[in-house]
Write a protein that binds this ligand. Sequence first.
Ligand code: PGA
Length: 248
Amino acid sequence: MARRKIIAGNWKMNMTPSEAVKLCAELKELVKNDDVDVVYCVPAIDIVPVVEAVKGTNVEVGAENMYFEEKGAYTGEISAAMLKDAGVKYVIIGHSERRDYFKEEDALLNKKVKKAFEAGLTPILCCGESLEQREMGVTMDWIRLQIKSDLVDVTADQVKELVIAYEPIWAIGTGKTATTEQAQEVCKGIRDCIAEMYDDATAAAVRIQYGGSVNAGNAAELFAQPDIDGGLVGGASLKADFGKIVNY
Ligand code: PGA
């Protein structure tokens, strides 16, 4: 069974609402590709105008974060139901910047993953090692721990719909991409981990992206790897290059 590639932009804390609408117009023709899923993960305040701006195109909208509670006194937070109602389809969970700067830990991320599924959103669950961990030789141990902790009580049927983004922290925003071999090796390791936790059919269905300095020059080789099903793209998703990545 061939997995459909998914190429998602992660805009991070860039683009005001009016800039966001302009970027959607600039990218509209460039990101056309019916053979892959194209997603813009955008800041919360951009969601409503971006959903409107991509209507009638092949682009789906994702959020960069959400909270796991249903509703209530959580000042500043956004619920899964709010995202769903606004027309969001995907939500990034556990990006390394959230784990690092906002101290989001696996137990919390597990709650977010479960809530996202419950609300009908597709999580893009991020994992990845630091340079120190890579140099110590514990990359796969660390990532297996992240995946196992973040997927506690998540069912096989849910994991079949899940997107996992492997993003080595040392490759994010640094211009230093993992080699194709490094990226493929870890993505395969994640798939093997899913096979152990669930079964072969689930492992064959889950989509695994690579992220970390993906650009128009390296996308084709990365996405050609047997276990890499697309990319999560930061910096290069904010410019015309994203069209080249989508049409690798
Ligand atoms: P980058 O970011 O492409 O700018 O390295 C990727 C990410 O953090 O998702």
